[in-house]
Design a protein around this ligand. Structure first.
Ligand SMILES: Nc1nc2c(ncn2[C@@H]2O[C@H](COP(=O)(O)OP(=O)(O)O)[C@@H](O)[C@H]2O)c(=O)[nH]1
Ligand SMILES: [Mg+2]
Length: 550
């Protein structure tokens, strides 16, 4: 168990204790039980976006899976969980049916869930979700969920499709809310400009995204030459319009998939040699027209037959094939592969997901669990507490009536006080009401502190990353101090300060002032690191003080 999980777990226990005398003790107990169990589960990353945005292609390319049914452009979207599967004991996909049954199925079964014909739609409607087990190292820490997508299934007029659409919308929104982290994916559509992209991101995220756990992906960039050229500029513009997103990465999943299929350099080399053996002018003309690689359309000056050309394409999407072919003739094979990899964007994507999601999967999980706890407590405060308070007021009026009644009876003797004590104990009187309110506020406070601490831990993490690729601004000694204070070697006070014995408040104050003075000369990332050092020292200082006050 990591220290973060311990912190989240302790918070859950402490909230349970704080609220066990309140009227909601049972509800609190069961919620805390659920959330504690949730902490042990892998971190869930959902891929969210419109139907047909390219989510499934993206997830498959990322995992190196091929679940696409060849020759079928349409896709039916089934909620699919990709979980870790051991290579030795290969586990078949599990299908969870709407009627509650669970069956073992083949990968072909999963593939056959694609297509928009009547039969497939009928089958898809009976499936609740699928679990696919993949032997991919990243899935040890996280589960990736391919959501069906929002919006309607265009081009499909079947009644079943309409029913499925609304279920898919509901499932996608639910999963997006429930996941620990989300990849919001937008497929390039027509002549979309950056403002339309921003609007689309906002629509699919429904205001739920937080920079800590949300990454944007601009997909299918191969579809437009100008988007491909300006992809990074475009992505920066979009990201700056959406502060709720950590970053936006432009990718082409189909290019990534095709490259990994062709990555056998000999295969690419052979294609390159063939292309180069076509006279230059002819080659230019051929590579501009899909039909020459699609149909049996002969071309006079080309030494290869239409069938041969079609075979080179291997069914790859035209735009993607065109991009590969044009890049291959422009450079040598090795350089072309590296240029194409840069176009596909997957190397950068893997790095970003590694840093933002995989390495901090436990932090994301804890943060999500604590946020759920906070929402739960707020809902008690906003809905149920007022009702309870009202009832308390009513009851305390009743108690006063009973007391007044007892006062009117003569010879009631010692039993009077006993009766009053009994009534007060049994009824939700004012004192009890105040005590409940105090516990609730106390609990909300505790949760807020842990939430804040997790956010600061996330900032520590960012600062540590920045520190690892920072130039010579910091001396060696400063670097070591920063690594310690940001929790690289553990989150305890001793780890952070590098001191085994007691740390004096004076020393902490002094270090905080030292880093504050550096704020004037730092810029950009370095400034962010320095500011985080100040924030972290002030937090440690506050913690030390409050524990001493206890
Ligand atoms: N050109 C291009 N097409 C893509 C790319 N990714 C997906 N597509 C196509 O977009 C369509 C929808 O893709 P799919 O992954 O099923 O979308 P989903 O509904 O979001 O899961 C399919 O025809 C894909 O072949 C891409 O990177 N480039
Ligand atoms: Mg899909």
């Amino acid at each position: 168990m990591t220290q973060l999980e311990e912190m989240a777990r302790n918070c859950l226990v402490s909230i349970g204790n704080t609220l066990h005398q309140t009227p909601w003790a049972d509800e609190v107990k069961s919620t805390i039980k659920e959330l504690t169990a949730e902490l042990d589960k892998p971190c869930v990353i959902a891929v969210s976006g419109q139907v047909k945005a390219g989510k499934s292609t993206f997830v498959n390319a990322f995992l190196g899976m091929d679940l696409a049914k060849t020759g079928v452009k349409e896709t039916t979207a089934t909620l699919t969980y990709f979980k870790y599967g051991n290579k030795e004991q290969e586990k078949k996909p599990l299908c969870y049916w709407e009627n509650g049954k669970i069956t073992e199925e083949s990968l072909d079964f999963v593939r056959n869930l694609q297509g928009n014909d009547k039969e497939t739609l009928k089958l898809a409607a009976a499936v609740s979700h699928i679990e696919v087990y993949v032997n991919h190292p990243k899935l040890r820490d996280v589960t990736i969920v391919d959501t069906p997508g929002t919006g309607s299934m265009i081009d499909v007029h079947e009644k079943k499709a309409k029913e499925l659409s609304s279920r898919y919308n509901e499932q996608t929104q639910r999963l997006t809310r429930q996941a620990d982290a989300v990849i919001y994916l937008i497929g390039y559509v027509g002549k979309m400009n950056d403002l339309e992209f921003v609007a689309e991101f906002k629509r699919i995220s429904g205001g739920l995204a937080r920079p800590m756990n949300a990454v944007g992906v601009m997909a299918k960039i191969d579809k437009s030459d100008s988007v491909l050229r300006k992809r990074n500029e475009f992505a920066v513009k979009i990201a700056s319009g959406i502060p709720e997103l950590n970053t936006v990465i432009p990718v082409s999943a189909l290019l990534e998939k095709s490259l990994s299929e062709m990555i056998n350099v000999e295969c690419l080399e052979a294609l390159r040699n063939r292309l180069l053996s076509i006279p230059e002018e002819t080659r230019h003309e051929l590579l501009d027209v899909r039909e020459y690689f699609d149909e049996d359309q002969d071309y006079e000056d080309c030494p290869y037959s239409a069938q041969e050309r079609k075979a080179w394409r291997k069914g790859i999407e035209w735009k993607v094939f065109q991009l590969i072919a044009k890049t291959l003739v422009q450079y040598d094979t090795e350089k072309a592969v590296s240029v194409l990899r840069r176009y596909s964007g997957f190397d950068e994507l893997r790095d970003i997901l590694e840093l933002h999601f995989f390495q901090r999967s436990r932090l994301l999980k804890c943060y999500h669990v604590i946020s759920q706890l906070s929402n739960f407590l707020h809902s008690i405060k906003n809905d149920q507490f007022f009702e309870f308070e009202y009832a308390c007021n009513q009851e305390s009026k009743d108690v006063e009536r009973y007391v007044a009644f007892l006062d009117r009876i003569e010879d009631v003797g010692e039993i009077r006080d006993e009766i009053i004590r009994y009534i007060r104990k049994k009824s939700g009187d004012e004192q009890y009401c105040v005590a409940v309110q105090d516990s609730l506020m106390n609990a909300l406070n505790k949760v807020e502190i842990v939430q804040e601490e997790l956010e600061v831990c996330n900032n520590d993490f960012n600062a540590l990353q920045m520190l690892s690729d920072n130039d010579g601004f910091f001396s060696n000694q400063e670097r070591i101090e920063l690594q310690n204070v940001f929790g690289q070697y553990g989150l305890s006070l001793e780890n952070r300060t590098g001191h085994v014995e007691d740390v004096s408040e004076q020393l902490l104050k002094q270090r905080q002032l030292y880093w504050q003075s550096k704020e004037y000369s730092a810029r950009g990332n370095t400034l962010t690191i320095v500011e985080q050092a100040v924030a972290r020292y002030s937090r440690i200082y506050a913690n030390v003080r409050s524990s001493e006050l206890l």
